[in-house]
Design a protein around this ligand. Sequence first.
Ligand code: BG6
Length: 519
Amino acid sequence: MATIAMKVRPEDLSQLPAGKERIPEPVILVIFGASGDLTKRKLLPALFHLRQNNLLPKEFAIVGVARRPLGDEFARDMREGIVDFGDVDKSDPKLDEFVGHISYFALNFDDPSHYASLKTELDRIDKERGIGGNRLFYLATAPEFFAGIVENLGAQQMAHPEKGMAAIVIEKPFGHDLGSARELNHQVNAVFEERQVFRIDHYLGKETVQNLLVFRFANGIFEPVWNRNFIEEVQITVAETLGVEGRGPFYEKAGALRDVVQNHMMELLSLVALEPPSSFEAESVRREKLKVWQAIPPIPILNTIRGQYGPGIVGKDHVVGYRDEERVNPNSGTETFAALRLEIENWRWAGVPFFLRAGKRMKKRATEISIQFKQPPLLIFNRLATDGPCGEIQPNLLTIRIQPDEGIALRFGAKVPTSSQMSVCPVNMDFDYETAFGKSTANGYERLLLDAMLGDQTLFAHRDGVETNWALYTPILDAWKSKTPEVFPNYFAGSWGPECADHLLERSGHTWRNDLGRH
Ligand code: BG6
């Protein structure tokens, strides 16, 4: 397919005046579960990128908290993480200065007396650095520790300090079903008010995800056609080539529906479907998202598909099936693929099917949203086109590539030059982030950490949204649990998932788009 690339010239960008950046107040960031992968791979590189861009306050401290006695080794390990995962030159002069802000505190999550010592240590650092009392607690531990940590912070008055502000960031999973999510929200809100709670969904930190709002609401031409009168169907795919990467025990309990669909994909769906918020502020955006989720009727089990990968070839590599992954039950019934059809029953979307699918060990890594428009009412060129090189005229398709090759493409029909017939072929108008704005090293956490420090909840999940989504998915999880899948594994690693997922769409005359990625 031919492609027309749209470029912003780099010289245009360099002439833009620097925007007025928001810089947070001095703060101590306390990361619980800091010895885990997330801190090293994502959080610290993101914090360093913020430092490089002068977006951190002058006075700040990062305190890693975990059970192991690590001491100075922790800061050294984080330095390595920043270099390896943050695309940072190891001789960057800002690196040593930044690492000087990192310290470690060993703590047993269940021991209340340790929290008293933690408080003393934070007060000491605060005084030394002139922080002024602000604390941001980040829960990056296994979820079973969330409630205990929150309770202990509350017991030591760390949730409502006399001086400064306190807030808490929670990594998913926010519960594993509706009941547990409610319980967790209750435990958290017993100590922290909702305005102090930042539930992270790292998808909302991705540039392209945020750009969805800009695309829809900063441009006048798309909104008039963004509805059931013009849109035929919406597909959202989160396809990963990776398997479970040593996280067998976690994934066994999670599965694709809990791990990716119920949270990341529902966030994407809400941004595609929401009504224009009255402002780009937390309350307004979160209210519109909630309205979308609330308008989704229960999803019939018949409209859900689950899959599990067997052995296969991904890229050039032979890989084992899910049941042969490390620390996975050899008879596991956990799904590594989930697909479903849902509807949004409101004036804008009634009758438009939304197809969602997520899978591990798929043919290609691609997270994409594709919006297929209706055909024109009369296809005057169709007969001629059918005889031409590209066959039948294809409907307009807008694809939003979340990753990789972040960008947006619009497919339309164009006349094939020099042809004596009116032959029509599909071509793409393609906006590519990297071509337009240069390569970004950001991992999504930069924006979210910065917003949490600034107290801006716009890009964070609210308890009502989390519970509404669990209410939608818990019956599916229950139904799946009550019936062991007989045909697992049912797709080869390196394929586009089980055949039954194709049938789900074929039933209503649709097909999955498998030509994902940039063309
Ligand atoms: C995480 C899931 O939340 O998202 C992982 O636990 C998944 O299983 C990951 O691989 C996908 O995130 P990304 O940013 O790589 O698309």
